[in-house]
Design a protein around this ligand. Structure first.
Ligand SMILES: Nc1ncnc2c1ncn2[C@@H]1O[C@H](COP(=O)(O)OP(=O)(O)OP(=O)(O)O)[C@@H](O)[C@H]1O
Ligand SMILES: [Mg+2]
Length: 251
C-alpha cells in the first residue's frame, strides 16, 4: 500500500484535532497498519498524550528550522511519533528567511515515508507556515468539526488555503474527509450536520465521535483510549471512524 499522508487541521481551536490524531492513529495501528504521528503544535498536546513528556531531546522544530532528520520515537506497537517542543511557537519567525520553507517537512518525510502505511499530522489552531508545511507534505486533509456553532465561515478560509496550495505547490492535495467530534444528539447539532452534508456530501464520514468523558481523561492516563477504556463510546466511535478511513483509502 502506498503511504497515505493525512493532515488533520482546523484553525478553530478545541475541535478535536489532537484527540483524533492520537486515537485514529492508535486505532489504525491496532488494525495492523504501520502508523507515524507528527505533532506540529507548540502546545505539545499530542506528544504529551503519547509520551507524558514535555521535554523531548529532539523535536520536529529541529527538522523545520535546523534541517535535522525527523526524530522518531516508538510509542506503541505499529505506532511512532515525531514529538513537538515548546520552541515550535517560534518556528514561524525562525523559518521566515528559509528558502522554500513551505516544503521542508515534505522533503524530510521522503526519507522515512516508505516505513509507514499512514502518516497523520496534528496541526496548531492556525493557518501559518507550520500548517502549510503539513498540507504541502500531505495527500489529504481531514477536517474535524464540532457541531456546536455555525462553522461554515471558518471552513471557507480553510478551503481557500487548500485551493492555493493545490494551485502553487502541491496539486496532489485533496480534501479527504470531514468528521464530527464531541457530538450530542441536540437539535442544533443535527442542523449543523445537515448543513455540512449539504456542502461536503460524501466527504462527511458517517461516524460521528460522541462527547465522551473517557476521551477527555485519556491524555492524563498515558494510555490510548483502547487501553484506558475499550468499551467507552470514544473507543467504539474512533474504531468505527478508522474502519471508514481504511475503507476509503483501500478503494
Ligand atoms: N469526543 C470528545 N468528548 C469529550 N471531550 C473531548 C472529545 N474530543 C476532545 N475532547 C476534549 O476537548 C478538548 C479539545 O480537544 P483537542 O485537544 O483534541 O482539540 P484540538 O482541536 O486539538 O485543540 P487545539 O486547537 O487547542 O489544538 C480536550 O480537552 C479533549 O480532551
Ligand atoms: Mg490540538
Amino acid at each position: 500500500m502506498k503511504t497515505k499522508v493525512i493532515t488533520i487541521a482546523n484553525h478553530k481551536g478545541g475541535v478535536g484535532k489532537t484527540t483524533s490524531t492520537a486515537t485514529l492513529g492508535a486505532a489504525l495501528a491496532l488494525m495492523g497498519s504501520r502508523v507515524l504521528l507528527i505533532d506540529l503544535d507548540a502546545q505539545q498536546n499530542l506528544s504529551f498524550t503519547l509520551t507524558q513528556n514535555e521535554d523531548p531531546d529532539q523535536s520536529v522544530y529541529d527538522t523545520l528550522v535546523n534541517d535535522a532528520p525527523l526524530p522518531i520515537v516508538g510509542v506503541g506497537k505499529n505506532l511512532d511519533l515525531v514529538p513537538a517542543s515548546l520552541d515550535l511557537a517560534r518556528a514561524e519567525i525562525d523559518m521566515a528567511t528559509k528558502i522554500a520553507r513551505e516544503g521542508i517537512l515534505k522533503v524530510a518525510l521522503e526519507e522515512i515515508k516508505d516505513n509507514y502505511d499512514y502518516i497523520l499530522i496534528d496541526c496548531p489552531p492556525s493557518l501559518g507556515i507550520v500548517t502549510t508545511n503539513a498540507l504541502v507534505a500531505s495527500d489529504q486533509l481531514y477536517i474535524p468539526l464540532t457541531a456546536e456553532a455555525l462553522p461554515l465561515k471558518g471552513l471557507t478560509m480553510l478551503d481557500d488555503v487548500v485551493r492555493e496550495i493545490r494551485k502553487r505547490v502541491n496539486p496532489n492535495l485533496r480534501l479527504g474527509g470531514v468528521f464530527f467530534t464531541r457530538y450530542n444528539n441536540r437539535n442544533l447539532n443535527k442542523e449543523v450536520v445537515r448543513m455540512i452534508r449539504e456542502r461536503y456530501g460524501d466527504l462527511v464520514f458517517e461516524t460521528k465521535i460522541r462527547e465522551n468523558i473517557a476521551l477527555a481523561e485519556m491524555p492524563l492516563s498515558g494510555k490510548s483510549i483502547f487501553d484506558y477504556d475499550a468499551k467507552s463510546n470514544g473507543a467504539v466511535d474512533y474504531l468505527a471512524l478508522a474502519k471508514e478511513v481504511a475503507e476509503r483509502n483501500n478503494r
